[in-house]
Design a protein around this ligand. Sequence first.
Ligand code: ATP
Ligand code: MG
Length: 447
Amino acid sequence: MASPITAQRGTHDVLPPESTLWQHIEERSRHFFENYRYQEIRTPIFEATELFTRGVGEATDIVSKEMYTFTDRGERSLTLRPEGTAGVVRAYLQGKLGSSRPLPVKLWYGGAMFRYERPQAGRQRQFHQIGVEALGSAEPKLDAEVITLAIDLFHDLGVEGLEVQLNSLGCSECRPLYREKLVEFFESRKSGYCETCLDRMAGNPLRVLDCKVPACREINAGAPSLQDVLCEGCHEHQGAVLGYLDAVGIRYSLNPRLVRGLDYYTRTVFEIVATEKLGSQNTVCAGGRYDGLVEELGGPPTPAVGWAFGMERLAILLADSVAETAVDLYLVTMGAEADRAGFKLAHDLRREGLSVELSYAKRKLDKQFAQAERLKASHIGILGDSELAEGQIRIKNLSNRSEKLVPLSAEGVRSGMQLTEAGGAHLSNPAEESGLQPPPVVHRGDM
Ligand code: ATP
Ligand code: MG
């Protein structure tokens, strides 16, 4: 026998029942995007490599060591997208959304991203993000809106123990000043830093603040804070963002060491961090304002703000919180003629919105019942030759074990299941039946 082929290192399959959770996250995300008026954008998975070297920045980890870059048959250098923002901005410019749609243009996307990283829990080579981008407004209200959107969504999903951390990275006016101060600070303490930090000091000094090595963290604790050098405009902007967050009761902490891995951020940056369950990969959602990126990619000056969350990390936080949907009716038939009549009945009921499962094997009745229980069916329909001869079907309610004979028709079955209205049934609460609780309601104050 040939040896089986396995998935590539750093990739994974989303299997049932986990896929039910993924669908639930996607469904709730769409719901909130609709209420906040963000529209979907879908961009290609591969782009010109230059989009990322220019957009994300040469000195970033992503570009310097994590990209899946290859040359195609036409000798073009292409890269599998490592993040969503650069592609969205490219599409925004190419599709002239800035001139054809009212500003700000508010978009969301979801899909696979690719980074060559060392795989571990919450860190994959192919991973999945859902993100938003709002382009065309510099208003602090928009920074606060995207943060509120993320918190509202996570709250609705029942994620507990989240913390919003915020910082301002300044603008082209005050950041160079900070960079200078920072480099000065590093110069005198070089010997204490790790290799990676020494590398970063030259190309991307702000990233040194991001280092997780204890010795580096200790030195960094004494580094100058961006908060102290923000220009008046940036300071005001930050104050306004915090004011809006206060207005809706979102708690946050200012983290002056928070810098993001991507070059394009200006002013507001933030992370939503899980305080338990995720270990060191604890950032679920990250984002910020990127007022310079659109210009960097060849467009007109266009302030913008956005975030992305990682599906894998969110799924870890929500593991086992969502149950598979239950089967409304499990249909057992006996005999060839009853089998065909049952097939037709299932077809009719499914078209009317019921979730119906058939038995696909010729098993004894008790095995069929066991199967129905496994599927958490709320009802079983039994159709044998004698029922068929009478034009009837036996409906058994599995929660109270009552049984009745009803006419063999979609209408008859529906009345037997005590469904009066047309449309979807999914009678049982799947969470209740499986012993799983629906996601707990988290109050704002807990986040
Ligand atoms: P990290 O510091 O964890 O590497 P990052 O700064 O590279 O994160 P972003 O590029 O801001 O992350 O991506 C936003 C979110 O996408 C992260 O908070 C995380 O939830 C998710 N994410 C990023 N890289 C990966 C990965 N390799 N595997 C799984 N999820 C990821
Ligand atoms: Mg990273």
